[in-house]
Design a protein around this ligand. Structure first.
Ligand code: ATP
Ligand code: MG
Length: 437
């Protein structure tokens, strides 16, 4: 992409409405604009990151054996009456009446819709278990939408739902999702710690919130420091046999949200106890027969009698993850994207756009990098070098490839690592090889 043609409206000044750094930087880098309170337009640069996060989530869900489908944003109110949640959900749920006076809701979550399709289509125990997920926009009419995409009203969520015949089966599905979450967040470049979370009126102790530690987090949390260096399960994990020991390792240390804080347990952690603020980026939740009994979601068991499903739900706030990554990874000059979610890998800076020698060298590098499959944003604008440097630092691409006449005379270009600040002079070919790795 050539920056001269790209729709990336950056801002020099800090927007006054933004209270936290991720919101400020997403506005300044031209990634989002607010459309109405808590509802955003995703501009090209922001959308690229959102889609990268989405794809990492998708790969890990698929790896864990979950199957993707896509449910509508608008759901029939009847289903919510069926589950008993229509009145209970309250004013956070946006309700819409169509021209035939039928009430629809803009889904804040999708337990009702998924349980409806499963009760209609699954007939026999032989078809279980299943884990189904979708990545779809949700709407919650939050009283106080704030912090940009962190607490929006419209936001992108991955929500998965498991259907098992037994408690043991449901626990197994829960564990698979648990490990998938560890891998997902690690691949997104953030450290998310699974913390015991409250299950609300449903009860039970099988729920974890995945929390990224950040000063601006809305939750007070307590955890064992050793979580910060715990090893992440690799992609070769056998979800069916190796899971228990890994799961146990990851749940053996103390980590809890405020509602689940336990003084005795916290004391036992001793010097390793960390009290911090955190951002909830995901939650896994076992809810048993809550929906299968209220909505009658059953299949015929081996003996022909109906078996109600044991269920769980598993959410990730895809758009919130982006905010959390920025909260965890930035400096005074801007964002520092982890490579896995960066909108482009390289920013190519032409220090003297319009000058034949640098133009030619840049065009050549630009073409070769693209050919090598490297995502590159080429700053070909007629701007001062200082402006180009600060733009690149602001949008936080992992590498800057800087091309100037002086270097070219010596046959070199410069690579700057955004995160470490380290600079290296290399020949153009060496630079391409390094970046294509
Ligand atoms: P919170 O406690 O922050 O309001 P929640 O517990 O109600 O969130 P869940 O129902 O568990 O949210 O939804 C799954 C995920 O969706 C959350 O872990 C979070 O990452 C994300 N999420 C929830 N509400 C919002 C929101 N208003 N804006 C952005 N992401 C959200
Ligand atoms: Mg939650």
């Amino acid at each position: 992409m050539r920056l001269s043609r790209y729709f990336m409206p950056t801002l020099k000044e800090n927007p006054v409405e933004a209270q936290i750094v991720s919101h400020r930087l997403m506005l300044r880098a031209g990634m989002i604009r607010q459309s109405s309170a808590g509802i955003y337009i995703w501009l090209p640069l922001g959308l690229r990151v959102l889609q990268k996060i989405e794809n990492i989530i998708r790969e890990e869900q698929d790896r864990a054996g979950a199957q993707e489908l896509l449910m509508p944003t608008l759901q029939p109110a009847e289903l919510w009456k069926d589950s008993g949640r229509y009145d209970a959900y309250g004013p956070e749920m946006l309700r819409i009446t169509d021209r035939h006076e039928r009430v629809l809701v803009y889904g804040p979550t999708a337990e009702e819709v998924i349980n409806d399709i499963v009760r209609n289509e699954l007939k026999s125990y032989k078809e279980a278990p299943k884990i189904l997920y979708n990545i779809q926009w949700k709407f919650r009419d939050e009283v106080r939408p704030r912090f940009g995409v962190m607490r929006g009203r419209e936001f992108l969520m991955k929500d998965a739902y498991s259907f098992d015949l037994t408690y043991e089966g449901a626990k197994h599905s829960y564990n698979k999702m648990f490990v998938a979450y560890l891998r997902t967040f690690a691949r997104c470049g953030v450290h998310a710690i699974p913390m015991k979370a409250s299950t609300g009126p449903i009860g039970g102790d099988l729920s974890h919130e995945f929390i990224v530690l950040a000063d601006t987090g809305e939750e007070q949390v307590y955890c064992d420091k050793r979580y910060l260096t715990m090893e992440i399960p690799d992609e070769n994990i056998d979800y069916d046999s190796d899971l228990e020991p890994l799961y146990q390792k990851w749940t053996s240390l103390y980590a809890a949200t405020e509602e689940k804080y336990d003084e005795a347990e916290a004391k036992a952690v001793g010097d390793n106890l960390l009290s911090a603020r955190g951002i909830e980026v995901g939650q896994v939740f076992y809810y048993g027969k809550k929906y299968s009994s209220s909505m009658n979601v059953a299949v015929a068991g081996e003996d022909g009698k109906p078996v109600l499903f044991e269920g769980g739900c598993y959410g990730i706030g895809v758009s919130r993850v982006m905010g959390a990554i920025i909260e965890a990874s930035h400096d005074d000059n801007g964002i520092i994207w982890p490579e896995s979610v960066a909108p482009f890998k390289v920013g190519l800076i032409n220090l003297t756009a319009g000058k034949e020698e640098t133009d030619k060298a840049c065009e050549d590098l630009y073409a070769k990098l693209q050919k090598a499959g490297v995502e590159v944003l080429y700053d070909d604008r007629d701007e001062r070098a200082g402006v180009k440097f600060s733009t690149m630092d602001l949008i936080g691409l992992p590498y800057q490839l800087i091309v100037g006449s002086r270097g070219l005379k010596n046959g070199v270009v410069e690579i700057k690592n955004r995160k470490t600040g380290e600079r290296k002079e290399l020949s153009p070919d060496e630079a391409i090889n390094l970046l294509a790795k």
